[in-house]
Design a protein around this ligand. Structure first.
Ligand SMILES: C=CC1=C(C)c2cc3[nH]c(cc4nc(cc5[nH]c(cc1n2)c(C)c5CCC(=O)O)C(CCC(=O)O)=C4C)c(C)c3C=C
Ligand SMILES: [Fe+2]
Ligand SMILES: [Fe+2]
Length: 337
């Protein structure tokens, strides 16, 4: 029995926090500006000294990009909000009862809302003595995986009684992930009304310097593509699985080849029918739905392409959800009764 003046002690539970990048609250310049200010002030994302970078960010980028990006967001916005937020919410909802009544599953965003700090605190307040942080990035990068974990640890640093923590490792070469990609890609190719001459896997780009500094992101992307191509060998039937890197930002050199120039060059090489997927994104978002499915199609067709298909991400469809259940169950081993 607790003495009457003892603070309440909730029933011990386990938390699983799905974390993704974050997105504006509305497809409007003010909301996009707020989001970009937080995102692009992250020293894990822009590795330029703040004294040099902040004047460029505040003086130029935040006065020009929000209007353009808000328009792009408005093209893909759904009734239930930003695609990235809506899909991540659906992933968490689908996992709600997957691990038993003692396990709370929630979701949070590194930038914007729901904030990682708030959701970690809510788990602690609900009695979670153990928390699995699950950054939903198959390929590790400091700009995504590490900064999401950093944000959770910053909140833990404020706690007297800290829960025990595990973090979901990158799963770029995990058979569960490769198999989910394979299942989904095979079904998507079967459903097309044309046979693509090439299949292009487009990963989000990173500055080349991050590779030179030791970030494993580039190697993780290449290995995912190699394993997927091996798994899809029969279905590819001699066709190569092409790899490219999208969403270049700023003036520095980024990983190559770039997705936009690759799409523009394909028709000139006799490839007029293409299917494109984005295996590094666990949920469709502005970078896939606007940059690839809308602008990518325009540049491919503008260069002479005749057939273009954008193949959606794993999202909350069955293959991706089976993968997440498997990855998370493995990380919870020894914690679950
Ligand atoms: C999947 C992995 C991602 C990596 C690696 C990544 C690196 C990275 N991104 C930027 C700049 C921007 N990214 C933006 C959007 C965005 N990026 C990712 C994922 C990765 N980024 C996602 C899932 C999203 C979508 C968010 C959404 O709301 O749908 C944007 C904002 C959009 C825009 O204005 O174009 C920027 C800017 C950098 C600089 C970087 C590596 C250093
Ligand atoms: Fe990005
Ligand atoms: Fe983009």
């Amino acid at each position: 029995m607790l003495s009457p003046d003892h603070p309440p002690v909730p029933r011990p539970r386990i938390g699983v926090l799905l974390m993704n990048l974050g997105t504006p609250d509305a497809p409007e310049p003010r909301a996009v500006k707020r989001y970009l200010r937080e995102f692009l002030s992250d020293r894990r994302v822009i590795e330029i000294p703040a004294l040099l970078w902040q004047p460029i960010l505040r003086g130029i980028i935040l006065n020009t990009r929000p209007k353009k990006s808000a328009h792009a967001y408005s093209l893909v916005w759904r009734d239930d909000g930003s695609p990235l937020a809506a899909i991540t919410r659906a992933q968490a909802a689908a996992l709600k009862d997957a691990f038993g009544p003692e396990v709370l599953v929630d979701w949070a965003m590194r930038y914007g809302r729901p904030a990682i700090a708030d959701r970690v605190q809510a788990m602690k307040d609900a009695g979670c003595e153990r928390i699995l942080l699950a950054p939903l990035y198959p390929q590790y990068s400091a700009a995504t995986t590490a900064t999401a974990n950093d944000k959770a640890f910053a909140q833990l640093a404020t706690m007297r009684w800290q829960p025990a923590i595990r973090t979901l490792p990158p799963y770029y070469d995990d058979p569960l992930y490769i198999d989910a990609l394979k299942q989904q890609l095979a079904a998507q190719l079967d459903a097309l009304d044309f046979e693509p001459q090439a299949i292009l896997a487009s990963f989000h780009g990173m500055p080349l310097r991050t590779l030179e500094l030791g970030d494993p992101y580039h190697c993780h992307c290449r290995k995912t593509a190699r394993l997927l191509a091996e798994a899809m060998k029969e279905r590819l039937n001699g066709r190569e699985l092409l790899v490219s890197f999208q969403s270049r930002f700023g003036r520095a050199k980024w990983l190559e080849p770039a997705t936009d120039t690759t799409l523009e060059s394909l028709p000139g090489r006799g490839i007029r029918k293409v299917a494109i997927l984005a295996p590094g994104f666990s949920a469709d978002c502005i970078e896939t739905l606007e940059e690839l499915a809308i602008r990518g199609r325009e540049s491919f067709e503008g260069a002479g392409g005749t057939h273009f298909a954008y193949l959606p991400c794993l999202n909350d469809a069955d293959p991706g959800m089976a993968m997440l259940r498997g990855l998370i169950a493995r990380e919870l081993e020894g914690w679950l009764p």
